[in-house]
Design a protein around this ligand. Structure first.
Ligand code: ZN
Length: 360
């Protein structure tokens, strides 16, 4: 097996098995081959932790892939059509023997712009800054001693617009510092790190997480009150009735209890979905309900309901519900901390609609 691919599998599993870094199938990693001709990148829809010798990645022809965003025909095209065509073009850049129709991550267009090893994840410790009014300034303070400063990327719709923005900003960065940025913070989205080898790439992740975490806290509870079983049953019935569905799952743990018992949840959830991940895995906003009556009035589609004095209810398969729980817990943490940095910044309605209509 290619040595680079082996390294890619190692780093993907390492970051992918930690839900505080990447939830569900989110996040992606890549490596460019020594001859500079190809890039191995995580396949779309599979979890980083599941990457192996035989699956979870695609091999892309770098020259062909770098030409996609430069293609002028995409500039005037409507979002949905454009993103579908770009995804198709990326599949056309694949040169490997992978069976089936898994496509390379759509974020491949960003990976081609950076150094040999690239790790893109959605760490909750970084999200607390990426979704806060003063997040950029706080991150700059935290990393003020870096020889080469991190690059902040203001929010752009995933896909073509984001790639265009990163081309522009990395170009300016290269002119100023005569090198590519190692750390990129994507507002309301996630973290990119890029390095010449896998050890340095992983170290960059650890450094950023450690620095960010030093400023963050989360509420705790000593004991959790057991929710009423009859009430749980009732709420499940109400959700099933209001949102015709097969399965409603219930979650309650120390982490969720810490927010619910401190009566913080309603306030934290006033801001809408924080990032593309929440639209993908939660289908939109997390619903907060103080009474059973409020559930039926919830906006549709909703799949995650935090109910006062009870816990979290999620609609969907076992797997989807367990990812949704991770995303809800991540969201609460980011919101709780984001408040301290000038207030929570969420996606606008048009940003949310773009992800619903064009994917991410
Ligand atoms: Zn992402």
């Amino acid at each position: 097996m290619d040595k680079c691919l082996n390294e890619l599998i190692k780093i993907s599993r390492r970051v992918g098995r930690n839900p505080l870094l990447a939830q569900g199938a989110s996040g992606n990693t890549s490596v460019k081959t020594d001859d500079g001709k190809f890039m191995f990148i995580k396949a779309s829809g599979t979890a980083l932790a599941d990457m192996s010798k035989n699956k979870g990645w695609r091999r892309i022809n770098l020259e062909k892939a770098r030409g996609i965003i430069k293609d002028k025909k995409f500039a005037g095209m409507a979002g949905q059509k454009r993103e579908a065509q770009i995804a198709k073009r990326l599949v056309g850049c694949c040169e490997d023997r992978t069976k089936g129709n898994c496509r390379p991550s759509i974020e491949a267009n960003l990976h081609v712009l950076l150094d040999k090893y690239v790790i893109h994840i959605h760490p909750i410790a970084v999200g607390a800054f990426l979704n806060a009014k003063n997040g950029k300034a706080e991150l700059e303070k935290l990393l003020a001693n870096e020889k080469f400063p991190p690059l902040w990327i203001p929010y752009a719709n995933p896909g073509y617009s984001l790639a265009k923005k990163i081309i522009n900003l990395t170009g300016k960065y290269q002119k100023k510092y005569r090198r590519l940025p190692e750390i990129l913070f994507l507002e309301k989205h996630g973290l990119f790190v890029s390095a010449a080898n896998s050890v340095d790439a992983l170290q960059l992740v650890s450094k950023v997480i450690k620095k960010c975490s030093s400023k963050l806290t989360c509420p705790t509870v000593k004991q959790i009150k057991k929710p009423n079983a009859e009430e749980i049953k009732n709420v499940k019935l109400i959700i099933r009735h209001a949102f015709p569905t097969e399965a409603v799952h219930f979650f309650y743990n120390k982490n969720l209890a810490a927010y619910l018992q401190k009566n913080l949840t309603g306030e934290l959830l006033k801001a809408g979905a924080l990032n593309p991940n929440e639209i993908i895995y939660l289908k939109g906003h997390i619903v907060w309900a103080e009474s059973k009556k409020q559930i039926a009035k919830s906006p549709k589609p909703s799949i995650a309901f935090l109910i006062k004095n009870l816990g979290l209810f999620v609609i969907g398969s076992d797997k989807a519900a367990s990812i949704a729980r991770q995303v809800v817990e991540a969201s609460l943490f980011m919101r709780y901390n984001g408040r301290k940095f000038g207030g929570i910044v969420a996606l606008t309605n048009s940003e949310q609609n773009f992800i619903r209509n064009c994917g991410a």
